[in-house]
Design a binder for this molecule. Structure first.
Ligand SMILES: NC(=O)c1ccc[n+]([C@@H]2O[C@H](COP(=O)([O-])OP(=O)(O)OC[C@H]3O[C@@H](n4cnc5c(N)ncnc54)[C@H](O)[C@@H]3O)[C@@H](O)[C@H]2O)c1
Length: 258
């Protein structure tokens, strides 16, 4: 087996989505055995089919679970570890969004987003940790957001959960170093995934409108591709980053440097 993740047993949450599916595909191309985990069975099937269409040798399987429920996260990690023969890498990528001003946030919407983005990340880390500690070089990569670090209007609930993921990354790095598990975080900037494309299409926006959103927002004046986020995740997951833990890595086209 060759590749930057040769032989690594990896779980990617939110694996039915854009960044999660792309990360799963890149991990397979780099020699990993991958379990894509997601709430949506349809999204999982589409993501796995896409990976196999591009790479018939991909070692990928799918697992439907709700990470917001601790019992389900435990069930999923137990099943993934049983299928793979352990877990070397957990990518905590699943997430949801809320679009509103904070004054309009309701207790229900807070509960909803905290349950998935914050507790879901914590649930999966806790459930995978016994396997990651047993792995020779266990690693977690959390997927946060540039907006966990900088401010803006209209997604304050989401941004607060992403700031919490950054904090949890540092704490887990402290707590798990003695157990041989590295914990890092990637903060993507705007990444043109199918989620955003569908949202913009529903708003009647054309490509010029979509491009204009990022033109003044980042130093690089454009959206990231899924691959441009998957590669930093790959690097942090791989043994190439063996002395890296507790890092919040900005993959934002320079947005946070503006
Ligand atoms: N796309 C961007 O511009 C961008 C920017 C910064 C950060 N991010 C973060 O990257 C990650 C992936 O983003 P994306 O654009 O690919 O999103 P996406 O919405 O396409 O994918 C997220 C996936 O998470 C899954 N999911 C949601 N709730 C779940 C639950 N309770 N249990 C299991 N799975 C669940 C969804 O079904 C979906 O497939 C998210 O955490 C997002 O916040 C994205």
């Amino acid at each position: 087996m060759t590749g930057r993740l040769a032989g690594k047993k990896c779980v990617v949450t939110g694996g039915g989505g854009g960044i999660g599916g792309g990360t799963g595909g890149l991990f397979c191309a780099e020699g990993a055995q991958v379990v894509l985990l997601d709430l949506s069975e349809d999204a999982l099937a589409a993501a796995a089919n896409d990976i196999i269409a591009n790479n018939p040798n991909a070692n990928v399987s799918t697992l439907s679970a709700n990470i917001a429920e601790e019992d389900d996260a435990i069930r999923a990690m137990t099943e993934a570890a049983s299928r793979l023969g352990g877990i070397d890498v957990l990518v905590n990528n699943a997430g949801i969004r809320k679009f509103n001003h904070l004054v309009d946030a309701t207790p229900e919407s807070w509960q909803d987003i905290i349950s998935v983005n914050l507790l879901g990340t914590a649930n999966c880390a806790k459930a995978a940790m016994p396997y990651l500690r047993e792995a020779p070089k266990g690693a977690i990569v959390n997927v946060s957001s540039v907006y966990g670090v900088i401010g803006r209007k209209n997604m304050g609930q989401y941004d607060a959960t992403k700031a919490a993921i950054n904090s949890m990354t540092r704490t887990l790095a402290h707590e798990e170093a003695e157990h041989g598990v590295r914990v890092n975080c990637v903060c993507p900037g705007g990444t043109l995934t199918p989620f955003h494309k569908a949202r913009f299409a529903a708003d009647g926006m054309d490509q010029a409108d979509i491009d204009a959103i990022q033109a003044d927002a980042t130093l690089m004046r454009r959206w990231a591709s899924v691959e441009e986020i998957a590669y930093p995740i790959l690097w942090l997951a791989s043994d190439e980053a063996s002395f890296i833990t507790g890092v919040i890595l900005m993959a934002d086209g320079g947005k946070s440097a503006k």
